[in-house]
Design a protein around this ligand. Structure first.
Ligand SMILES: Nc1ncnc2c1ncn2[C@@H]1O[C@H](COP(=O)(O)OP(=O)(O)OP(=O)(O)O)[C@@H](O)[C@H]1O
Ligand SMILES: [Mg+2]
Length: 232
């Protein structure tokens, strides 16, 4: 399923935080999103996921404008999306396992299968022991991994991972990278992170600066130092 941003702009108050940005993500995309703090990476993710309404431009899902979809189509599209939030957004009154089960219940995955999948992803991110704990009992890195497990359990065909390695030690980051790659399977994986463990090959880079998507191409370590003229 192809996802496309077509001249997308997002305003926060009066201020444009995403400006006229376009990109096409065919199925199986492996993308690294780069950009300084405040460049608009999270905003672009949220717009792609339909959590933020663009002030102009469109998000197209298989060629169809998401803003004009009927409710049933919208739900089907939501079900195809997984988001690892930058701040983990766990429900504090639910245990880790219940947090992971929630999106599966929403998708009406049968109970037995849902529980098997929850256990599988919790094992993959190393949280089996913490499955019955409330999030407040977890360390920052454990919460991060719980958020990742929740996004992965639904086996989304597009997985947006916003800063998934922040606060993880190198070993855990590598483990999470392997899990992301494995679960993405034939679907798309878009990762916003300042750097990525070598386990996760992302051969396409997107670079945002001040809300504008300035680069879309193969890995180019010099991209963050280029001037606007060089990128244009
Ligand atoms: N809810 C909001 N209300 C007002 N301004 C916002 C809101 N969310 C984001 N912004 C602003 O939009 C701009 C882009 O923010 P965004 O979170 O997309 O950046 P980012 O690239 O993800 O940064 P970081 O690397 O720090 O996560 C920032 O200037 C931020 O202050
Ligand atoms: Mg962000």
């Amino acid at each position: 399923m192809e996802l496309r941003a077509d001249r997308l702009s997002v305003l926060r108050g009066e201020r444009p935080v995403l400006r006229n940005s376009s990109c096409t993500l065919p199925p199986g995309s492996r993308v690294l999103m780069l950009g300084h703090s405040g460049a608009g990476k999270t905003t672009l993710f949220k717009a792609l996921a339909g959590l933020v309404t663009p002030s102009s431009g469109q998000v197209l899902w298989n060629g169809e404008d998401v803003a004009r979809m009927a409710p049933t189509e919208k739900r089907a599209r939501q079900a195809a999306f997984g988001m690892v939030f930058q701040t983990d957004a766990l429900f504090d009154s639910l245990t880790v396992r219940q947090n992971v089960l929630l999106p599966l219940e929403r998708r009406r995955v049968p109970r037995e299968e849902a529980e098997a999948r929850a256990d599988e992803v919790l094992r993959a991110v190393g949280l089996t022991e913490a499955a019955d704990a409330l999030p407040e009992r977890l360390s920052g890195g454990m919460r991060k991994r719980a958020g990742i497990a929740r996004a992965l359990a639904a086996r989304p065909s597009v997985l947006l991972a916003d800063d998934p390695f922040a606060g993880l030690d190198p070993g855990t980051a590598r483990q999470v990278a392997r899990v992301l790659l494995e679960v993405a399977g034939s679907g798309s994986l878009i990762v916003a992170a300042p750097d990525v463990p070598p386990e996760l090959p992302l051969a396409r880079w997107l670079y945002l600066r001040d809300g504008a998507l300035l680069y879309d191409g193969p890995p180019a370590p010099e991209v963050e130092t280029l001037t606007d003229e060089a990128l244009a």
